[in-house]
Design a protein around this ligand. Structure first.
Ligand SMILES: Nc1nc2c(ncn2[C@@H]2O[C@H](COP(=O)(O)OP(=O)(O)OP(=O)(O)O)[C@@H](O)[C@H]2O)c(=O)[nH]1
Length: 360
C-alpha cells in the first residue's frame, strides 16, 4: 500500500530521472500530511487555543496535498510539483500568521523549501526552480529579520513545550532533507549500475560482451592456471539461411542457456562476436568440460516454430603458459578453434594436441 502510494504515476515515466522526481514529490506530499497531522495531535495534547487554531487551519489544507498525489496518479507531474510547493508554503505561512508567529522557528521550513526545488524540478524547468527558490529565500529572510508576532495565548506554553516544538521543527526539516537525499543517492547508484551493466552486456543473449571479457581476462591472468575456450557455432550461416535470422538469434540464446547451465556461478562466459563465445575455466578440468559442453550442445536441439534445429560447436582450448600475454592467449585459443573447424567441426582441439604443435 505504502509502496503503491510512493510510486503513484511512475508508470507514465520514460526515464529514471523523472521516476525519481515523481517518487520524491509523492514522499514529500506524504511527509507533509504526516507531519501536519502529528503537529496537530501535539497541539491538542498541549490544549493551547492559539496552537489548536493554527493547526486546525493547516489541517484544512491537507486535502490539497492529496491533490498533489492525485495529479501524479493522473500523469500531471508539473501540476503535482507546483501544487506541492504552493500548498506547503501556504501551510507554513498559515501556521505562522494564525497564531504561532516565529516562536518555534517554523520559518526554517522556508529554507527547506528553497533547497527542494533543485531536487524536485527537472533541469529544463529551471525557471520554476529559480522562482520557487527565490520566493522561499525572500520569505525566510524576511521572517528571520523581522519575525512575526504570536497570539498572546502562546504565552501560556511552558519553556519545555516551546523547546520541544523548536526541536521538532529543526528535526523534521533535517529528516525530510535526509530522506530525500537518500532517495537521490539510491537512484544515482542504481542508474550508474544499470549503465555499467548495459555497457558490459550482450543485448541478445544477456551474457557479458567482449569488452567486459577482455577486462576480466587481464585480471584473471595473474590467478591460478587457466584455460581460455573459444567456441564457434558450426555452419551458423545455414541456420540463418534455412530458418531465418530470428531463428539464428534464438539459436544463439539457446546455446548461451545450455552452456550457462553447465557453469559454476563465478565462471566467466561471454559472447565475443557474432556466433563466437569465450569461456575461462581452470586448467586442470578445461579439456574434459569443453568436451561435455560440446556434447551437451549437440544433444540439446532447439525447437523453433515446431521445427527442430540441431546445433554443433567447435571449441579451441588454450592453456596459458608462463609469460603469455592476453593477446597470446586469445591468439592461441583462436588457432585451436581454427584447427577444430578445418578438421571437420563439432570437436575440441587443445594447444597440447599434436596437430596444434605441428603448425606452431
Ligand atoms: N541471426 C544472427 N546471425 C548472426 C549474428 N551475428 C552473426 N551472424 C551470422 O553468423 C554467420 C557466420 O557465418 P560464417 O562466419 O560464414 O560461419 P558459419 O556459417 O558459422 O560457418 P563456420 O564457422 O565455418 O562453421 C553470418 O551469416 C552472420 O550473418 C546474430 O547476432 N544473429
Amino acid at each position: 500500500m505504502l509502496r503503491r502510494l510512493i510510486t503513484l504515476g511512475c508508470e507514465y515515466s520514460d526515464t529514471k530521472t523523472l521516476e525519481r522526481k515523481i517518487i520524491l514529490v509523492n514522499i514529500a506530499a506524504l511527509l507533509s500530511i504526516i507531519t501536519t497531522t502529528a503537529y496537530y495531535l501535539l497541539y491538542l495534547i498541549y490544549d493551547n487555543s492559539a496552537l489548536m487554531f493554527s493547526g486546525g487551519c493547516q489541517m484544512l489544507l491537507l486535502p490539497l496535498f492529496s491533490l498533489s498525489l492525485w495529479n501524479n496518479y493522473r500523469g500531471n507531474f508539473t501540476s503535482a510539483r507546483w501544487l506541492l510547493f504552493l500548498v506547503a508554503v501556504i501551510s507554513v505561512l498559515t501556521a505562522i500568521t494564525t497564531g504561532q508567529g516565529t516562536v518555534f522557528n517554523t520559518h526554517f521550513y522556508f529554507m527547506l523549501f528553497a533547497i527542494l526545488p533543485i531536487a524536485l524540478f527537472r533541469n529544463e524547468e529551471w525557471l520554476s526552480k529559480a522562482a520557487m527558490t527565490s520566493l522561499n529565500m525572500i520569505i525566510y529572510i524576511y521572517l528571520e529579520v523581522f519575525g512575526w508576532p504570536h497570539d498572546p495565548a502562546m504565552e501560556l506554553l511552558n519553556q519545555s513545550q516551546v523547546m520541544f516544538l523548536q526541536v521538532m521543527v529543526a528535526a523534521s526539516c533535517i529528516s525530510c532533507l535526509m530522506i530525500l537525499q537518500s532517495i537521490n543517492e539510491v537512484y544515482a547508484e542504481q542508474a550508474e549500475q544499470s549503465l555499467q551493466r548495459q555497457a558490459f552486456t550482450d543485448g541478445l543473449t544477456g551474457l557479458y560482451n567482449r569488452r567486459y571479457f577482455s577486462i576480466q581476462l587481464k585480471q584473471k591472468m595473474a590467478q591460478a592456471p587457466l584455460c581460455l575456450l573459444m567456441m564457434d557455432v558450426d555452419h551458423f550461416k545455414q541456420v540463418n539461411d534455412n530458418y531465418g535470422h530470428d531463428a539464428g538469434d534464438q539459436a544463439l540464446k539457446h546455446l548461451a542457456e545450455v552452456v550457462t547451465e553447465h557453469l559454476r556461478s563465478n565462471e566467466l562466459f561471454a559472447r565475443i562476436g557474432g556466433e563466437e563465445f569465450a569461456l575461462i575455466l581452470p586448467a586442470k578440468e578445461a579439456r574434459q568440460r569443453a568436451e561435455k559442453l560440446r556434447l551437451a550442445i549437440a544433444s540439446t536441439p532447439l525447437f523453433y516454430k515446431s521445427r527442430r534445429i540441431d546445433l554443433t560447436v567447435s571449441i579451441g582450448v588454450y592453456q596459458k603458459g608462463n609469460g603469455d600475454s592476453e593477446e597470446d592467449i586469445m591468439r592461441g585459443a583462436d588457432k585451436a578453434l581454427y584447427l577444430a573447424k578445418v578438421q571437420g567441426r563439432d570437436r575440441v582441439i587443445t594447444n597440447s594436441a599434436p596437430e596444434y604443435k605441428k603448425t606452431s
